[in-house]
Design a protein around this ligand. Structure first.
Ligand code: PLP
Length: 378
């Protein structure tokens, strides 16, 4: 059996390596390393895949969030509501721009923020909501958009973990995660569902004015060469990364389908185990399983993790500590009582190996060992 990895980028490269090598070599020969033709072509192809009018590429997913908040003209002191159960980048950019992060508990089942919780956090100072589509499944966007409209708020979707997930509206239509809010952001960090071989990111919007301004801000605020209409930053997607992302985008649907098959296999194997909660699947979203995250009862999570380690099965805790206990964010003045859901999730969650190249013998081995751990306990 091949050694098990959380994400096996080597196995993926062994399958699509010749296409990747060719794409990279073409850029090397062209020497168009910054803003080469592949960048625009990738943006166009991603637009088509996402069903969105504009894709603006940038240097990473954190910058994408930062650029989104810059372009919307949010001012110091404005409140931005987001989840306590996410990667730090989501709240970091809010703080960096002098905005006030208002963090809320997610739902214990989907790990995403609910409309109800967001509604309660709205104040006269609220300017934006940042739903995060955690682990590959959309937050309840239809309700969040209605709420935002009512209170005249911007919605920035952090879709870094959900490239390719579909949101299902009540009228039966679907839209891709990240294309529903005013702006959506994503990351091409190597382990993401659509990952490059370094850092990369992008923004989605259907608003032409916002797209133009984002494009300018991401490139020093330039309008035409050496003429600056906006204060900007240097945040561009390298041509080499764009070239290989064009290759990977062609495989994305297949990769996401393979992840779902892995999740279905895990779900079925764990159905008989009462100590494990498998990931809840929301009725309003497809799930592309960026992570397959179980909840383990009765404080057995760390023991299970150690047991799996002894069997050479990697697993990860996303996320071990909530935002509100981090030293950098202590100034926000929150405590554990404000976040009962996040506090218990941090003790219960465990993400198992999940990638498109998992083999049947690996899955058998993982599920057998997980079940054996709980059988021995009872
Ligand atoms: C990965 C990630 C980011 C940041 O992306 P980078 O490209 O690493 O900067 C932001 N938000 C979420 C939810 C992420 O998972």
């Amino acid at each position: 059996m091949r050694e098990i990895q959380m994400v096996d980028l080597r196995a993926q490269y062994e399958k699509i390596g010749s296409e990747i090598d060719h794409a990279i070599k073409e850029v090397l020969l062209s020497t168009a390393f910054i803003k080469g033709p592949d960048v625009k072509l990738f943006e166009e192809e991603l637009q088509e895949y996402m069903g969105v009018k504009h894709v603006v590429s940038c240097a990473n997913g954190t910058d994408a969030l930062y650029l989104a908040m810059m372009v919307l003209g949010l001012k110091p002191g404005d409140e931005v509501i987001t989840t306590n159960f996410t990667f730090i980048a989501t709240v970091e950019v809010v703080a960096l721009l002098g905005l006030k992060p208002v963090i809320v508990d997610p739902e214990p089942g989907t790990f995403n923020i609910s409309v109800e919780v967001v509604r309660k956090a709205i104040t006269p100072k609220t300017k934006a909501i940042v739903p995060v589509h955690l682990f590959g499944q959309c937050a309840e966007m239809e309700g969040i958009m209605e709420l935002a409209k009512k209170h005249d708020l911007f919605v920035i979707e952090d879709a870094a973990q959900a490239t390719g997930a579909d949101y299902l509206f009540k009228n039966g239509t679907t839209k891709k995660a990240g294309t529903i809010g005013h702006i959506g952001t994503t990351s091409f960090f190597p382990s993401k569902n659509l990952g490059c071989y370094g850092d990369g990111g992008a923004l989605y919007t259907n608003d032409e004015t916002l797209a133009g301004k984002l494009r300018s801000i991401a490139n020093h605020g330039m309008k035409v060469r050496y003429q600056y209409d906006n204060i900007g930053v240097n945040s561009r997607l390298d041509t080499i990364q764009a070239a290989l992302l064009r290759v990977k985008l062609k495989h994305l649907s297949k990769f996401n389908k393979a992840r779902k098959e892995v999740a279905d296999f895990y779900d079925e194997a764990f159905a008989r185990c009462r100590s494990i909660s498998v990931p809840e699947r929301a009725s309003y979203s497809s799930h592309i399983f960026h992570q397959y995250t179980i909840k383990v009862e009765s404080n057995k999570r760390d023991e299970l993790k150690k047991f799996l380690e002894s069997k050479k099965i990697p697993s990860m805790v996303y996320y071990p500590a909530p935002l509100h206990v981090q030293k950098a964010y202590s100034y926000l003045g929150y405590n554990d009582n404000d976040f009962p859901v996040t506090t218990s999730l941090c003790k219960e969650v465990l993400s198992l190996p999940m990638h498109p190249d998992m083999e049947k013998d690996q899955l058998d081995y993982i599920t057998t060992n997980v079940l054996e751990f709980f059988d021995k306990l009872s």
